[in-house]
Design a protein around this ligand. Structure first.
Ligand SMILES: [Zn+2]
Length: 159
């Protein structure tokens, strides 16, 4: 799924709706951006779950990594290491999460991103913490790289 493209198309759709213009072709574009259906569904599920977790809402972006770390630990989502945090993105490494737990170190390899459930979950959680709409993408998956972690990037949708 091309999250950035989807996000751009959704922003365009919003503008068109506001202006009373057609959005028909954009729906098709958004569908293509969604890509694999199962991946999109897993992302959706993770996102829904993330938004019902009880989190502390935070106004200062510099405190987001701490709160995120706390939630990930509290709900046993995995072992997290936050590698970058700005007012635009949060980037992190996640180990021992549910999507790969039973698959890693068994010679199973995937092409591309696999952990879209966790991507959605992280987006949902950060969205709840920051009260800013977010999207997240797995930028490297352990089942693809052979590393013992998957790497995610969460992007704040400021506009
Ligand atoms: Zn992964």
């Amino acid at each position: 799924m091309d999250r950035q493209l989807l996000s751009n198309i959704l922003t365009q759709m919003k503008k068109h709706l506001k202006a009373g213009k057609e959005i028909g072709d954009m729906k098709v574009g958004a569908l293509l951006a969604l890509g694999h259906q199962l991946e999109a569904i897993f992302y959706y599920l993770g996102h829904e779950l993330g938004t019902i977790l009880k989190v502390k809402q935070i106004n200062d972006v510099t405190e987001i990594p701490n709160e995120l770390q706390k939630i990930i630990t509290e709900f046993n989502i995995g072992k997290v290491e936050i590698s970058e945090s700005t007012n635009e993105i949060v980037q992190l490494k996640l180990r021992d999460h549910s999507s790969i737990k039973d698959l890693i170190n068994r010679g199973i390899r995937t092409e591309g991103s696999f952990c879209s459930f966790e991507a959605g979950l992280l987006a949902g959680i950060v969205e709840k913490i920051s009260n800013v709409h977010c999207f997240a993408q797995e930028i490297s998956c352990s089942l693809q790289t052979g590393n013992n972690y998957c790497e995610f990037m969460i992007v704040f949708q400021n506009e």
